[in-house]
Design a protein around this ligand. Structure first.
Ligand code: GTP
Ligand code: MG
Length: 543
């Protein structure tokens, strides 16, 4: 079954006077769903969309018989493997709010994509697998959110499966992240026997009912504490006792502490059965911060009511064989966006006409006429726009550029079929501009054999797959032994090139990268030539 997407009508029921940028921003909630691979982000994204009635039926990632793929994992490779390779955006209305939700890939190899998404959101939903607790990639993402001042709502997912003890999980969060968990809901029934949740805000019991395959909204019954005690007995008693224990340790929600990144509200859920999803959506609307003004490169804040401004956090093409176009995803920072408006591309000073603007989710597209701060909009055929670029109307502004991660894997790419030279060139150029891979060149390898540089080797697979299926130019990759890249300048080229286990490669924009097999090759060169200009890049794990 195909999903029917009904994007939020962002101005429904409002008078013109109320439709100011600041007024509309106040009801926007823009957040990313992040975690270690496989914790259930795409499944939760789907469940949230289902709950907001944006789609009629939830799918599973591995299109099980009778259930289609999740809406956000649209790429063929994603469906085959059941993982997310690239982020996806979804907008919907819920209560009086407009929610912009970004599902991100969990795999470390695609962490640059996740990182870019985190520059475009105001809050994050961190998923923890109830059985696994805090995993490596989750810890890194916690650190990124902390560094960027992004408040985190934590969801303990997969409570329908046997897993850890709920109190132990709270200890783990506190000890390993330094954030104080302040559960909003508390599970009734141990992991594997999920009866419902105790709503700690009013003491009621939200009992869940299983639906066939979890494909539709799970009905919730609201029971008073007395009824819950009578019907659930020991399970309820235990939840109440644990909740009281938490209260004694001060684990209560405090909005200020949450927004300043000291505490994290926690909810329990089973995304695949649609349990606890309604409470999460309500909490996000009630607690997640709306957009606020954004700092420009100089540190000055442009406020929400100033003229339109936005920045590109993602570029993607080939999303659909039927739409072979290039999309630049912008996050609107200030002002009102109207489709067709002519804005300025800060990097070049050139005008850019926003003729085709869309909300994109999976394979569904819907034209956007008006958008406000916090909204994510896909600009079609935005060939001039690159990741990190600023767009503005009237009053100039440039937002800080996005960090490029240091590549750690390198391979020479060659066309398998020499006759497909043109397609090869076009495809490589496209992958470079999207940031799927970084493309480097040097005299040593020649123009026909660019070097692809990536953070994680799965990016090579995506590049090969897309070169073959999208650009019709299959490639052969020859791995190079380098693992370390530093920025350098022309003055250092002779010394680096003459040194063992090293060479200099160039990006299309002229940037020079010195690459080394390992830190010893680098140290040897530095010992011999201490004054060479070699600047470290941001390491993926430190971003
Ligand atoms: N039992 C159970 N399984 C779940 C739940 N949520 C998701 N899953 C399953 O876990 C697997 C991974 O789910 P995804 O939603 O693809 O996970 P993800 O976090 O998006 O994974 P990546 O995008 O690759 O990082 C799938 O097989 C889901 O069906 C849950 O609440 N309970
Ligand atoms: Mg996913």
């Amino acid at each position: 079954m195909r999903a029917t997407i009904e994007p939020a009508s962002s101005t429904a029921g409002r008078s013109d006077a109320e439709r100011t940028a600041a007024g509309e921003a106040a009801r926007r909630r823009t957040f990313a769903v992040i975690s270690h691979p496989d914790a259930g982000k795409s499944t939760l994204t789907e469940a949230l969309a289902l709950h907001a009635r944006v789609i009629g039926q939830a799918g599973a990632v591995h299109g099980k018989a009778g259930r289609r793929g999740t809406v956000s994992d649209w790429m063929e490779m994603e469906r085959d493997r059941g993982i997310s390779i690239t982020s996806a955006a979804l907008q919907f209305s819920y209560r009086d709010a407009v929610v912009n939700l970004l599902d991100t890939p969990g795999h470390a190899d695609f962490s640059e994509d996740t990182y870019r998404v985190l520059t475009a959101v105001d809050a994050a939903v961190m998923l923890i697998d109830a059985a696994k607790g805090l995993e490596a990639q989750t810890m890194k993402l916690f650190a990124v959110c902390r560094h960027r001042g992004i408040p985190i709502v934590t969801v303990v997912n997969k409570w329908d499966r046997p897993g850890k003890d709920a109190l132990e999980l709270m200890d783990e969060i506190a000890e390993r992240t330094g954030l104080t968990p302040t559960p909003l809901t508390w599970p009734v029934g141990i992991a594997g026997d999920f009866r419902g949740v105790l709503d700690r805000r009013d003491g009621t019991f939200r009992r869940f009912t299983r639906t066939a395959g979890g494909a539709t909204i799970a009905p919730e019954e609201l029971l008073s504490a007395a009824d819950a005690a009578a019907q659930e007995g020991a399970n309820w008693e235990q939840a109440v006792e644990e909740s009281e224990l938490l209260a004694e340790t001060g684990a209560e929600h405090d909005q200020e502490l949450f927004l300043s990144g000291i505490t994290t509200p926690v909810l329990f859920a089973s995304a695949v059965s649609n349990f606890g999803v309604g409470a999460l959506l309500d909490s996000l609307v009630d607690l997640a911060p709306p957009p606020s003004g954004r700092e420009d490169v100089g540190g000055a804040v442009r406020s929400l009511d100033e003229p339109f401004s936005a920045f590109v956090f993602k570029v993607q093409s080939g999303m659909d064989a039927a739409h072979r176009d290039r999309l630049a995803y912008i996050r609107i920072c200030t002002g009102v966006f109207e489709r067709g408006m002519v804005v300025t591309h800060a990097a070049t000073g050139r005008p850019f006409t926003t003729k085709y603007a869309q909300h994109v989710f999976g394979r569904e597209r819907e034209s956007v006429e008006l958008a406000y701060p916090g909204d994510v909009v896909g600009l079609v055929n935005a060939n001039a726009l690159g990741v990190g670029d600023t767009l503005y109307a009237e009053k100039p502004v440039t937002y800080p550029p996005l960090t490029t991660f240091a590549p750690e894997h390198f391979a020479v790419a060659r066309s398998k079929e020499t006759a497909k030279h043109k397609q090869f060139r076009k495809g490589i150029e496209q992958l470079d501009s999207e940031g799927v891979v970084q493309v480097l060149r040097s005299d040593r390898w020649g123009d026909q054999a660019p070097v692809l540089a990536v953070v994680g080797p799965m990016q090579f697979e995506v590049a090969s797959h897309r070169m073959e299926h999208e650009f019709n130019a299959p490639i052969a990759l020859e791995r190079l032994p380098y693992s370390l890249a530093l920025r350098t300048d022309a003055g250092a080229v002779p010394q680096v090139s003459a040194s063992g286990g090293a060479e200099v490669l160039q990006r299309d924009n002229g940037d020079l990268l010195a690459v080394f097999t390992d830190k010893w090759a680098l140290r040897m060169l530095q010992q011999r030539h201490p004054s060479l200009n070699l600047e470290p890049l941001v390491a993926a794990q430190l971003a």
